[in-house]
Design a protein around this ligand. Structure first.
Ligand SMILES: C[S@@+](CC[C@H](N)C(=O)[O-])C[C@H]1O[C@@H](n2cnc3c(N)ncnc32)[C@H](O)[C@@H]1O
Ligand SMILES: Nc1nc2[nH]cc(C(=O)O)c2c(=O)[nH]1
Ligand code: SF4
Ligand SMILES: [Mg+2]
Length: 222
């Protein structure tokens, strides 16, 4: 199976439960959700004019919505060719769960990599059992709301973006009735805003949740 890949790069996981862990990011192109504050808007559209050769996406893109079709075995050979040493692969986007990621994650696992998916929970999550699933719930899409319970059930981690108190209310409503046993809940301030960070810190302390700051942005790394 081929996946539309926007960029592949090695860095430090900057967010959530695995913050600080060396990781290879596979960013898939395409997302229909449309969050106004999204920091990867260049991944939204899958345009034919932006299709490039595979070699061009094995590095950081960062601005343009270019993409190439790659199979997982092609990806794995690129990682080896580049001599990447991280053994944790994070599949993000765009919205990676537009695709069935079972074959991809199993192939990475079989090759010795641990896997993690970053998803908005608006499309069903299909991946290997071993995969760590981070759901950052998005309530924007009507169709997505029907899917969110499945995604939250599969989630190992719920990483909620927050800017205002209303986002905490949204999360409370969303988590009502969800079995949270074994799941980590993180609040992630939107766009390093001081008020958002203060709010997230306060609520994390009150609730015994975790703070997820986008550490790569403070470090100015990818
Ligand atoms: C770019 S998204 C890609 C994966 C998937 N579409 C999702 O939303 O989870 C990766 C993570 O970045 C978060 N994110 C995006 N823009 C952000 C921003 N401006 N500030 C804080 N977090 C942001 C998302 O909520 C998500 O947790
Ligand atoms: N360093 C780093 N950590 C990240 N964690 C989640 C990211 C994402 O864009 O999904 C991301 C990213 O883009 N860079
Ligand atoms: S779902 Fe993720 S990639 Fe899509 S717009 Fe929202 S934050 Fe961006
Ligand atoms: Mg990012």
């Amino acid at each position: 199976m081929k996946y539309p890949v926007n960029e592949v790069f090695e860095t430090i996981q900057g967010e959530g439960f695995y913050t600080g862990v060396p990781a290879i990011f596979v960013r898939l192109q395409g997302c229909p959700v449309g969050c106004s504050w999204c920091d990867t808007k260049h991944t939204w559209e899958l345009l034919d004019v932006n299709k490039v050769q595979p070699e061009m996406v094995i590095q950081v893109d960062g601005t343009i919505g270019r993409w190439s079709e790659l199979t997982t075995s092609e990806l794995i050979s690129f990682l080896k060719q580049k001599e990447f040493t991280a053994s944790h692969v994070v599949i993000t986007g765009g919205e990676p769960c537009l695709h069935d990621l079972t074959a991809m994650t199993e192939e990475f696992n079989d090759a010795g990599y641990s896997t993690q998916i970053e998803t908005s929970g608006t499309f069903e999550v299909h991946c290997s059992e071993k995969t760590w699933v981070t759901v950052s719930p998005k309530l924007k899409m009507k169709a997505g709301l029907a899917v969110l319970p499945q995604a939250l059930k599969r989630a190992n981690e719920i990483k909620h973006p927050v800017a205002t108190a209303s986002h905490i209310d949204d999360l409370d409503e969303l988590l009502n009735g969800v079995d949270l046993k074994g799941k980590t809940i993180c609040l992630q301030p939107i766009s390093q805003k001081t008020r958002a960070t203060e709010l997230a810190m306060r609520v994390c302390i009150e609730r015994n949740w975790r703070l997820s700051i986008q550490t790569h942005k403070y470090l100015d790394i990818d």
